[in-house]
Design a protein around this ligand. Structure first.
Ligand code: ACO
Length: 372
């Protein structure tokens, strides 16, 4: 008897990330996620995931420079984006533009770790540009050239605002959010990337598959559904009646539940603290208070814990990020984990090709169409 959704199936050996669902612990290459969120930067975590250890100062500088120098996207891609329908979903745009990038990369089909690391650097550097540019383009604004002297988080917020310097709290908050979303073992999009990579297709194809998979509301798309729900609820007083109605209608509460975590998602715990701190700093804890109340009720009534997508929604909202960019921001971060897994898959590859438990008919005889 096959358990639906490959539940509990171990489908790969990996030294990148471990999710301990009973203890609610998440580690990247041996380091606890909270330790990294408190002390590290997104760039350093990218190095950790790709090389399996923390970088020296020089190694970090080299990777950071690579990520800074590759932020521009080909002019043809910008032109194509300008021709997309203005109501295209940011995740549709990201999926299509990333797929297009491969045609402008002379190394697109080159195999081996070195060219693939270079491609991973370019993709990690260019995805934030695509996301920010799309928001400018669809709003009829001019795109701004990326800055090359700052962190990925800083530059993303800079481009998104059309060229304004972001404040330090916003930059650090986004950076921590990116650290927390960077990898998560064989989540659906990473699995999709590994399945694609295992056919020995190029990294652009693998990342395109991953982006299309992350888009789904049961995966990365949930953070956008969470903010929709918070906005619909509108006030702390309305939380209880709104949830009662949802429960009565057997609706899922987005941002809750997880296939692996049977206790608190450690990423949610970090983002919860961040949501509260941001609210206090801004003198308005409404979104945090509402979220905390929802968490309390869903836990008490349904026994479900908040996942990473729940508190990231209020954090991004307080940072002033357009709500349909929440999932693309997840992609900006998860690109690092996807690349780590694609590199690991290429390094020790075997085609991923499971079997299905056939439940259909057998031994039927073909019947001519006029006799059916
Ligand atoms: N709200 C209400 N009920 C829920 C929720 C929820 N968010 N999540 C699970 N349940 C219920 C299910 O209806 C099911 O109940 P039943 O046994 O009475 O049918 C039971 O809990 C078990 O849930 P499954 O759907 O079987 O759990 P599964 O492991 O397949 O799914 C998933 C996990 C997809 C995350 C699910 O909890 C869900 O849909 N959550 C909402 C979407 C979401 O937040 N996704 C983001 C996940 S984190 C990430 O991908 C980054």
């Amino acid at each position: 008897m096959v358990k639906a959704g490959l539940e509990d199936i171990v489908a790969a050996s990996s030294s990148i990330c471990d999710v301990n669902g009973t203890e609610g612990r998440l580690i990247y290459c041996g380091y606890d996620i909270s330790d990294l969120a408190d002390n590290s930067t997104f760039e350093e975590v990218v190095y950790l995931l790709w090389y399996g250890r923390l970088p020296t100062k020089t190694e970090l500088e080299t990777l950071t420079k690579g990520l800074q120098a590759n932020r521009r996207i080909p002019e043809d891609v910008v032109k194509a984006m300008k021709a997309y329908p203005k109501d295209a979903l940011p995740m549709e745009v990201l999926r299509t533009a990333v797929s297009m990038l491969s045609m402008y990369d002379k190394e697109a089909e080159d195999k081996g770790r070195e060219p693939n690391v270079r491609k991973a650097i370019r993709l990690t550097a260019q995805i934030p540009t695509i996301v920010a540019y799309w928001d400018l383009i669809r709003n009829g604004k001019e795109v701004v050239a990326p800055k090359e002297d700052c962190s990925l988080s800083h530059n993303f917020l800079y481009m998104l605002s059309g060229g304004k310097e972001p404040d330090a709290v916003a930059v650090r908050s986004l950076d921590i959010a990116l650290i927390l979303h960077a990898d998560h073992e064989l989540n659906a999009s990473t699995f999709a990337a590994r399945v694609a990579a295992a056919t020995e297709t190029d990294i652009y194809s693998a990342i395109t598959a991953a982006i299309g998979t992350l888009k789904g509301p049961l995966h990365g798309g949930a953070n956008q559904e969470v903010i929709k729900m918070l906005l619909e609820i509108g006030s702390l007083a309305n939380v209880e009646p709104h949830l009662e109605k949802m429960f009565a209608e057997h609706k899922k509460v987005m941002g809750f539940g997880h296939r692996v975590y049977k206790t608190t998602d450690p990423r949610a715990a970090n983002l919860r603290r961040m949501s509260e701190a941001l609210g206090k700093q801004m003198g308005d804890t409404k979104w945090f208070d509402m979220s905390a109340k929802i968490e309390e009720i869903v836990k008490a009534d349904k026994g479900l814990n908040a996942n990473v997508d729940f508190y990231s929604a209020s954090v991004y909202y307080m940072l002033g990020i357009p709500t349909d960019l929440y999932t693309p921001i997840f992609a900006i971060s998860r690109m690092s984990g996807w690349a780590a897994h694609v590199l690991e898959q290429y390094a020790n590859n075997r085609l991923i090709r499971p079997r299905a438990d056939y439940t259909g008919e057998r031994n039927l005889k073909y019947v001519a169409i006029d006799k059916r």
